[in-house]
Design a protein around this ligand. Sequence first.
Ligand code: PBG
Length: 384
Amino acid sequence: MNSGSEQEVSRTVRGADGGSLLRSLALFTRSTQSAVAFSPFEKGGMSRAMTQPFAPAAFPYARPRRLRDSPWVRRLVAETTLTPADLVWPLIVHDGAEDRVPVASMPGVFRLSPKAAAAAAVEARDLGIPMVALFPNVDAAIKDGVGTGATDPDGLIPDCIKAIKDAAPEIGVMTDVALDCYTDHGHDGVLEDGRIVNDATLERLAEQAFIHAHAGADVVAPSDMMDGRVQAIREALEANGLQDVLILSYAAKYASAFYGPYRDAVGSAKALSGDKKTYQMDYANTDEALREVAMDIAEGADAVMVKPGMLYLDIVRRVSETFRVPTFAYQVSGEYAMMRAAMANGWLDEERAILESLHAFKRAGSAGVLSYFAPQAARLMQRG
Ligand code: PBG
């Protein structure tokens, strides 16, 4: 409304012929349009909604509440939607004897045996959830310095993939590619002299991804944040006739306190020595996230992820607008746990809070969201 060029035109018209209101309005409109056509905002990736070539009416002609007046009109004009198809359900699986063991810091989440994971996959399919994501909790006795268990072709994850594919072949199976659940130091890479060595880790990750893909995983998701891991994985898949397997890279994964309950769930909390700040990102940064995503796409990632999710919606927005590739986000264990705690205390309305928290990801531009709320949310959506 107040751009310099609009005011100039309007003044010129008034000055030239005594100020015909109609003419000045006509020119005003045209100048608004041309100003928008050359808007400097467009280069910056400002969304189309912000550069629409009209000036909104002022009150009382504009009454935004008209578009909110009843449920039908709210539904009609909703800019984004959330459906079960937007959800990925993370499953914590374990090699213990019991089918379901509750995770204390994540109420409603259980460590599942391969058999129970297969039942969960059937439930996901019936709810319209397109994919499950597997995260392992293995016996501490099999953990070692290089995460040998991560590349066991008869290990827990290959077992779960096969059980799920037998029970619900229609559903996508995604696996976590990282060593932390299998190392006795709890880090995502190989540890030498107190440092996580990048290039030696790449070989381990490529082998792990190959083993998952060979067992039937549809999507391998490196969550380790080593440099060059997408390329190493993509080359291993190509070389072994597994070129159709998707890579969803955790491209912008931040060193976060909000993974705490997950590390409990997979049993890596006790093992972890130090922090992950030499490989996971510093939460002060956003440009760095764009460089990470650019590299991963160039190396052969099909889709990318931002993690954590709720605290990082600004990153989801920047990544999805800049790259226009499917951008996922992970509502992580700490985000889940804090909501569950508030719900348990009666401080948050459970159903409304779950749906609002998940919808926020869609509004920020994400293609889908990994959430421990997935089955409950899908049930709420089905109920309408
Ligand atoms: C590590 C991994 C982590 C999560 C998924 N994969 C934690 C970490 O980096 O320490 C976190 C998931 C969550 O908090 O819900 N490979």
